[in-house]
Design a protein around this ligand. Sequence first.
Ligand code: GAR
Length: 214
Amino acid sequence: MLRIAVLVSGGGTNLQAILDAIDSGKITNAEVVGVLSNNPNAYALERARKHGIEAVCVSPRDYPTRAAFEEAYLAQTESWTPGLVVLAGCMVVIPEKMVNAFKNRMINIHPALIPSFCGKGYYGLHVHEKVLERGVRVTGATVHFVDIGTDTGPIILQKAVYVQEGDTPEILQRRVMEQAEWKIMPEAINLIANGRVSVEDGKVKISNYTFGEI
Ligand code: GAR
């Protein structure tokens, strides 16, 4: 059974999609053993507790230095002995030491088709604002392993979503979540939990894969 720690900062709809997929049996061989937030007001913490999952906040405001916060953040994550760390709307820049501690065992969901609309400053609603500013017709979401760069790690799954006339950043964000994020995140976790994902030469290989299995 794969032990998963989920790192969040906000609403936690991706966390919810993961919990629902485990409950319905779409994700097998995996359990969420802890949820960590840097933000005490994150609704994701509530979602975890409603599910009987340990939910902890480690906020930078409670530590004298960034280094002290990062140490506590890593220690809390490691306390759950996770086989996989999932960044689900996590707005913390993961420190290098933590990235190295979970090499090829930490994944992130990004709300665009990497390498478009990613990197520094591209997070949350800002991504969708930039997509609309540029006028692209297709956007989407990406699940990737986390490396020391920003949104540069090996790509596991991607799904495209159309931009529509009259979209606002909020409307587009919702469509990207519904049509892409809430599908490819559980799917990637299921693939990893069942030993079907490997990384070779910086690229992901998935054994016997047909898109949209779950
Ligand atoms: C999601 O759209 C996720 O892709 C994005 O934040 C949102 C969190 O929503 N993540 C990033 O931008 C990371 N760079 P949620 O809290 O409801 O899952």
